[in-house]
Design a protein around this ligand. Structure first.
Ligand code: ADP
Ligand code: MG
Length: 398
């Protein structure tokens, strides 16, 4: 789960990371009022969306007066901000953060990620802040400092000092840098984050180290033990298909293709997507209905997959180990009887009670295309799709 910049800053500040004074606003008037409350004569107005790259996309504005703040935020509210991280549809701006402008002497990149290779929390930092880490590693790889945290002891101060020295932080500021690193690490570990990124972390003109931007991502599977974090969820920033699925206990990831997939088990879902690709098709989603594929869950899964307008065929691929094919078949029949779908549905069942499952589908009289192997299912889905493609689109494709 992602959170907004202002939320990440609030969390990091509570762990001792320095941030500029700032306040949240839900309207242009409130933004101007917030700026007056904060004091000073220069402010930064920042669109709160779950994506980086806002600066280049017009989502971060420097303002010198009330009037400028009103104008800048008028242009932001209700708009979709499209940055290189949002995809073409962009993300809606419903809140802005007003922050005192800080004089920047140096910009540093600082990130904490989970490195699966070394099974460690990895600190990645660079003296070239302000750019994306992808650009830094392409253009200035020699500036990147990496340091893995030993899990048994956590981040130690000497290690934090080493990172500070490697970044060329002047001696009088090393202690502030250590405090920042330790704070980020504690926030990462205590709250089950999977990513903390401060870009830029700056050295100010008056020699303070401050986080001017902040991003945090949390492990969804650990949210149950951090209610104060799960409260920060903002559904307006999520793919509506994915939040609907999460609310129903299904794991769903929306993709760009047109073959909807209903599968039990993440591994089988991956194999199904690969096989669809091999057969020349494109999956519209990754949907794992889990082990207990009851008729109700199958019916929910159908509704979810069909709510994606790009879906032109559905492939149901169930391997019943703990599960039972007859239940799944009943689910398919229930779902298609209650909400008939207008696209071809290919069903491949294997495992416990497979014969009974197939009989249920046959007896239902529904236009379900039965498949034997996974490859057979993928090929049938792809060819059913080709048969249904409107003639005009076919002509365009040629
Ligand atoms: P994004 O990464 O989404 O573009 P940032 O929060 O990093 O958004 O802001 C973009 C740039 O704006 C920063 O790299 C920094 O140079 C500048 N900036 C952001 N906040 C402040 C601030 N409070 N004072 C001065 N400059 C700022
Ligand atoms: Mg940034």
């Amino acid at each position: 789960m992602d959170i907004h910049e202002y939320q990440a800053k609030e969390i990091l500040a509570s762990f001792g990371v320095a941030i500029p004074p700032g306040a949240l606003a839900y309207s242009p008037e409130q933004a101007a009022y917030r700026a007056r409350e904060l004091g000073g004569d220069r402010w930064i107005v920042k669109a709160q969306v779950h994506a980086g790259g806002r600066g280049k996309a017009g989502g971060v504005k420097l303002c010198d007066s009330d009037h400028e703040i009103m104008e800048a935020t008028e242009a932001m509210f209700g708009q979709k901000l499209v940055t290189h991280q949002t995809g073409a549809e962009g993300k809606g701006i419903y809140r802005v953060y007003v922050e005192g402008a800080v004089p920047i002497a140096r910009e540093i990149y600082l990130g904490f990620v989970l490195d699966r290779g070394s099974q460690r929390v990895m600190i990645v930092a660079s003296s070239e802040g302000g750019m994306d880490i992808e650009d830094i590693s392409a253009q200035k790889p020699e500036t990147i400092v990496r340091s893995a945290v030993e899990p048994a002891v956590g981040l130690r101060e000497f290690q934090a000092r080493e990172i500070a020295f490697a970044l060329g932080i002047p001696a009088p500021l090393v202690q502030q840098m250590v405090r920042t690193l330790m704070g980020c690490y504690r926030a990462f570990r205590d709250l089950d984050a999977t990513m903390v990124e401060i870009n830029p972390l700056v050295v100010t003109g008056d020699s303070r180290i401050m986080a001017l931007d902040a991003k945090m991502t949390f492990d969804d599977n650990a949210l149950f033990r951090h209610p104060q974090v799960s409260e920060l969820r903002d559904k307006s920033q999520e793919d509506p298909r994915e939040s609907r699925a999460a609310d129903r206990g299904l794991s769903y990831v929306g993709l760009d293709g047109n073959i909807g997939c209903i599968v039990n088990g993440a591994g089988l879902a991956m194999a199904t997507m690969d096989t669809i690709k091999l057969a020349g098709g494109e999956p519209a989603n990754f949907l794992d209905i889990g082990g207990g594929a009851t008729p109700e869950r199958v019916a929910k899964a159908f509704r979810l997959v069909m709510s994606d307008k790009n879906v032109r065929a559905v492939l149901v691929n169930i391997f019943a180990g703990i599960n039972r094919c007859d239940w799944v078949a009943e689910g398919v029949v229930q779902a298609l009887t209650a909400h008939p779908v207008e696209v071809p549905v290919v069903v491949r069942l294997a495992g416990t009670n497979v014969e009974e499952g197939r009989r249920i589908l046959e007896r239902s009289g529904l236009p379900v295309i039965a498949a034997g192997s996974l490859m057979d299912a993928a090929q049938k889905a792809v060819s059913a799709l080709a048969d249904k493609t409107p003639i005009l689109e076919k002509a365009e494709a040629i």
